[in-house]
Design a protein around this ligand. Structure first.
Ligand code: COA
Length: 249
């Protein structure tokens, strides 16, 4: 068992910290499994009021481990990244993300499924799926055009343009942009503490209502994106781009 996911329990708050600093917190299969299991346990444990997902004050995550994508690509919709995202989507408890530094690929996508996101103004977000010969994942092809309009979403998804934490907050991807990574982490923790005093039943029903409108359409889009993503990982376009990252000098 690695310590690349650190779990900390403090009263009703479960904090899941991505902790693989030498690889910019890139997510391995093992890390996805640990995150998924922790989210499922948090969901089942009535004493947990809220889950906080964070990296460090300088890096959230560089996304999926690119070596894993080449060596052990997800082969079906039960593979570790899908298991993790399913656990996130199904979590009845509020999930807060605290983001600083890089949030790339799934590091940006997962924010679309958190309830509250506190981010440093200078955080660097990017969804370079096309650049890697891949395609959007976990509902981003549905959610982003709705949030931003097609033309702006196309800049992020077709061109893979990066954007800042400040922009993420202005566009409604994040709740609030803060002056530093430390401030984003502190704010997320402070807000997480508020759930100690809020009625857990009312919180869960409210989250369920907010998510239920789009649930069926989102499920269909995620399935369609997932099948294409798994196919594209085997494409010569993706293999060349992913190998290019691994072999860069
Ligand atoms: N998978 C595996 N390893 C990764 C990684 C990833 N997604 N992202 C970074 N790393 C590794 C690098 O290979 C490097 O390892 P090394 O020191 O053994 O050579 C280390 O993490 C530090 O990365 P580096 O690129 O030197 O840091 P940086 O601060 O210059 O840049 C990023 C940070 C996140 C902007 C850059 O690493 C990056 O673009 N990573 C790829 C992100 C990506 O495309 N993810 C999407 C997958 S769908």
């Amino acid at each position: 068992m690695t310590n690349a996911i650190q779990q900390q329990r403090e009263r009703g708050l479960l904090t899941l910290q991505l902790n693989r600093p030498d690889k910019k917190n890139a997510l391995t299969r093992a890390m996805y499994m640990q995150l998924a299991e922790a989210l499922e346990q948090a969901d089942a444990d009535e004493s947990i009021r809220c889950v906080l997902i964070q990296g460090s004050s300088v890096c959230f995550t560089a996304g999926n481990d690119i070596g894993d994508f080449l060596e052990q690509p997800p082969s079906d919709l039960d593979s570790p990244p899908f298991y993790f995202m399913k656990s996130l989507l199904n979590c009845r408890k509020p999930v807060i993300a605290a983001v600083a530094g890089a949030a790339v690929g799934i590091g940006t996508t997962l924010l679309l499924h958190c309830d509250l996101v506190y981010i440093s103004r200078d955080a660097r977000l990017r969804m370079p799926f096309v650049n890697l010969g891949l395609c959007p994942e976990f509902g981003s092809s549905l959610i982003l055009p709705r949030l931003l309009g097609h033309a702006k979403a196309a800049e992020l998804l077709l061109l893979g343009e990066g954007f800042t934490g400040e922009q993420a907050a202005a566009w409604g991807i994040a709740t609030e942009a803060l002056d530093s990574g430390e401030a984003a982490l502190a704010k997320a923790r402070e807000i997480a503490g508020r759930f100690e005093c809020l009625a857990p039943g009312a919180v869960q029903v409210t989250k369920q209502l907010m998510k239920s409108v789009d649930r069926e359409q989102l499920r269909q889009v995620i399935e369609e994106e997932g099948a294409l993503f798994v196919q594209r990982l085997k494409s010569p376009e993706a293999i060349a781009a992913l190998s290019g990252f691994i072999n860069r000098s």
